[in-house]
Design a protein around this ligand. Structure first.
Ligand code: NDP
Length: 252
C-alpha cells in the first residue's frame, strides 16, 4: 500500500459532515472542505461560531448547512442521518471531530458525571454518528470517514485518564469499522492532530504559550487530503503534524 497522500482534492458535488465545527480544528477543517468544493454540514452547539463559519464559507464562494445540535442528543444524531438521506441521498465525507477534555485529574478523583459526559460526547456520540451515517457513506462512490483521535490514546499520561480512554475507544471503533468495510469504497481513518492552538489545548495546558503551537488552520490543511476520493488507506492513524500514517495490523 502506498502511503503517499493524494493531492489537494477537488470535492465539487460532495457532501461533508463535520462535528465540532464551531471553533478549533473542526472549524478550519470545515472551511478547507468547503474551499475544496464540498457542501459542508456543520454541527455544534454554539450558533455564533457556526454562523461565523457560514459567513466565511459563503464569502469564499462555498456552501454550508448549519446544524445546531448537542451531540448528547442521540435521537438528534439519528434524525440528522435521516435528513441528509432525504436531501442528498448520500454522504461523501464524515469528520467526527467534536470532543471534550473533561478534567485533568487522577483517575480515582474524577467525578462520575464528568467521566460519563466525556464518554457520552467523545465515544457514544461518535458511535451514534457512525451508526447514523454508515449507510449514507456506503452510498457514496468514495466515502471517507475521518475520526479525530489524540496521542493521549497511546501515551495515556498521568491525569488524562477519561480523555485517553475515550480516544482509545474511538480508535478501536474506527479499526473495527475499517475492517468491516475493507471490501467497499469506504475508507475509515483516525487522525492525531498533535498539540494545536485551540480552546481544548488551553484548558489542558493553561501554563503553555499558545503561540508555540500550530494554528488549527495549518492542521486542517494537512487533514484535507484524507477526504480525497483518491485516498487508498483505511484502518490507519494519520499523524497530522508529520503527515504520515501509522498502520495497525489488520485482522486475518
Ligand atoms: P475545541 O474545544 O476547540 O473544539 C471542540 C468542538 O467540539 C467545538 O466546536 C465544540 O462546539 C464541539 N463540541 C463539544 N461538545 C459538543 C457537544 N456536546 N455537542 C456538539 N458539539 C460539541 O477542541 P479542538 O479543536 O482542540 O479539538 C478537536 C478535536 O481534536 C477533538 O476531537 C480533540 O480531542 C482532538 N485533539 C485536539 C488536540 C489539540 O491539541 N487541540 C490534540 C489532540 C486531539 P460547541 O462547544 O459549540 O458545541
Amino acid at each position: 500500500m502506498s502511503d503517499a497522500l493524494p493531492e489537494t482534492p477537488d470535492l465539487s458535488g460532495r457532501v461533508a459532515l463535520v462535528t465540532g465545527a464551531s471553533r478549533g480544528i473542526g472549524y478550519f477543517v470545515a472551511k478547507e472542505l468547503a474551499a475544496a468544493g464540498a457542501h459542508v454540514i456543520a454541527v455544534a452547539r454554539t450558533v455564533g461560531g457556526l454562523e461565523e463559519l457560514d459567513d466565511e464559507i459563503r464569502e469564499a464562494g462555498g456552501q454550508a448547512t448549519l446544524v445546531p445540535l448537542d451531540l448528547v442528543d442521540m435521537a438528534g444524531i439519528d434524525r440528522l442521518g435521516g435528513v441528509i438521506h432525504e436531501r442528498w441521498g448520500k454522504l461523501d465525507v464524515l469528520v467526527a471531530n467534536a470532543a471534550i477534555l473533561g478534567v485533568i485529574a487522577p483517575v480515582g478523583h474524577v467525578e462520575a458525571k464528568v467521566f460519563e459526559k466525556v464518554m457520552a460526547v467523545n465515544v457514544t456520540a461518535t458511535w451514534r454518528t457512525i451508526r447514523s451515517v454508515d449507510p449514507l457513506l456506503r452510498l457514496s462512490d468514495a466515502g471517507r470517514a475521518i475520526l479525530m483521535s489524540s496521542g493521549a490514546a497511546h501515551s495515556a499520561r498521568a491525569y488524562w485518564g477519561p480523555y485517553a480512554a475515550s480516544k482509545a475507544a474511538v480508535e478501536a471503533l474506527s479499526r473495527s469499522w475499517a475492517d468491516e468495510t475493507k471490501n467497499t469504497a469506504l475508507k475509515v481513518n483516525c487522525v492525531n492532530p498533535g498539540a494545536t492552538r485551540t480552546a481544548m489545548r488551553a484548558q489542558a495546558m493553561p501554563g503553555e504559550n499558545p503561540e508555540t503551537l500550530p494554528h488549527p488552520s495549518e492542521i486542517a490543511r494537512k487533514i484535507l487530503p484524507l477526504a480525497s476520493p483518491a485516498l487508498t488507506q483505511t484502518g490507519a492513524i494519520f499523524e497530522a503534524r508529520e503527515g504520515r500514517f501509522v498502520h495497525y495490523r489488520m485482522p486475518e
